[in-house]
Design a protein around this ligand. Structure first.
Ligand code: NAD
Ligand code: UDP
Length: 334
């Protein structure tokens, strides 16, 4: 298949492009490089020894998107491009609603115009809000605590309505849990700009000495050790989940959790990181972070049953691969 991957130079997108190429698909990337680098596209080609066509465009730009659809005949679109920082979305709601909603609409319209019927969308476990764990796809969407989460819920609704109106469409909505780690080569990985918001990149930067101490946000949650519990998933497992979703797409709209089904607390993750890499991550307990929930993990059985996909890599592999990328290749932090 010839697949358009928007946001394919980004963290999850780049790993998914590798997985798609390795599965024998052809890939065209559209990315405006607002949160990624062109050299990632070179690294994807180094890893896979395959060619990728790259367009530096904004996917909210109707004409620029139309040119790509005119130039290529696509069998499917995987839509990653968008803004993803929860805190920033509270500061800049308009930018988040505009980019994340308009991009989905522009791409869906281009698919309609050019009769491209397969669409895979990056959603998030955040749409479950503070539901009871484990989160199951049949649970209703709960209000999230920030505009970013709302853009995911809204995009899901838009895509669901589009699929209802056009029975030829096959749409897969993938709700990611907590993607971490990096490609085993260490060539591509997560390289946030500024101080990381997320736990794993914060740990790697503390381990590197770039940041002094990890701040653990609260130890009074109703969890195994009082710290927040999340379902961490290796980014290559997540990437392979997209390949499975595309290859098994059938008509209608299908929602899948992509997680491991296993919850890990902050302190458990820190311990695993220290053990996997034989390095210390100093930390201190501080107040809870506003908007955080205690527990978030998936019921991952639907993806297993319908897509034949399960996460294979364990927490140690996630920690080891995250650290390898940080240590060897994330030169901007040296
Ligand atoms: P990322 O920022 O690394 O990748 C997003 C890519 O999209 C970047 O390369 C960026 O340059 C590009 N982009 C942004 N706006 C664009 C635009 N208007 N036009 C073209 N390109 C644009 O983020 P990621 O972590 O790889 O996330 C990918 C997707 O997965 C996002 O939709 C995100 O919301 C979703 N998601 C991520 C997580 C996570 O924890 N990383 C969890 C759940 C869902
Ligand atoms: N966390 C933390 N310190 C940090 C970053 C995160 O204690 O510097 C905790 C956070 O409170 C949550 C878990 O780690 O319980 C995962 O947070 P992250 O931001 O990585 O992902 P989220 O689940 O919020 O999307």
């Amino acid at each position: 298949m010839n697949i358009l991957v928007t946001g394919g130079a980004g963290y999850i997108g780049s790993h998914t492009v590798v997985a798609l190429l390795e599965a024998g698909q052809s890939v065209i990337i559209a990315d405006n490089l607002s949160n990624s680098k062109r050299e990632t596209v070179e690294k994807i080609m180094d890893i896979t020894n395959k060619e990728v066509t790259f367009y530096e465009i904004d996917v909210t730009d109707v004409e620029a998107v139309d040119i790509i659809f005119r130039n290529h005949k696509f069998e499917g679109v995987v839509h990653f491009a968008g803004l993803k920082a929860v805190g920033e979305s509270v500061e800049k709601p308009l930018e988040y609603y505009y980019t994340n909603i308009v991009s989905t609409i522009v791409l869906a319209k281009a698919c309609q115009k050019y009769s491209v019927n397969r669409f895979v969308f990056s959603s998030s476990a955040t749409v479950y809000g503070d539901n009871k764990v484990p989160f199951v796809e049949t649970m209703g969407l709960l209000p999230t605590t920030n505009p970013y989460g709302e853009t995911k819920a809204m995009s899901e609704r838009i895509l669901t309505d589009i699929a209802k109106a056009n029975p030829a469409l096959s749409i897969s909505i993938l709700r990611y849990f907590n993607p971490v780690g990096a490609h085993e080569s260490g060539l591509i990985g997560e390289a946030p700009t500024g101080i990381p918001n997320n736990l794993m990149p914060y740990c790697t930067q503390v381990a590197k000495g770039k940041l002094k101490k990890l701040r653990v946000f609260g130890n009074d949650y109703p969890t195994v050790d009082g710290t927040g519990v999340r379902d961490y998933i290796h980014v290559m497992d997540l990437a392979e989940g997209h390949v499975a979703a595309l290859e098994n797409l059938t008509e209608g709209v299908h929602i899948y959790n992509l997680g491991t089904g296993k919850g890990t607390s902050v302190l458990e993750l820190v311990k695993a990181f220290e053990e996997a890499n034989d390095i210390e991550v100093p930390y201190e307990i501080v107040n809870r972070r506003p908007g955080d929930i205690a527990l978030c993990y998936a019921d991952a059985s639907k993806a297993k049953k319908e897509l034949g996909w399960t996460a294979k890599r364990d927490l140690i592999a996630m920690c080891r691969d995250a650290w390898r990328f940080e240590k060897n290749y994330n030169k901007q932090l040296v």
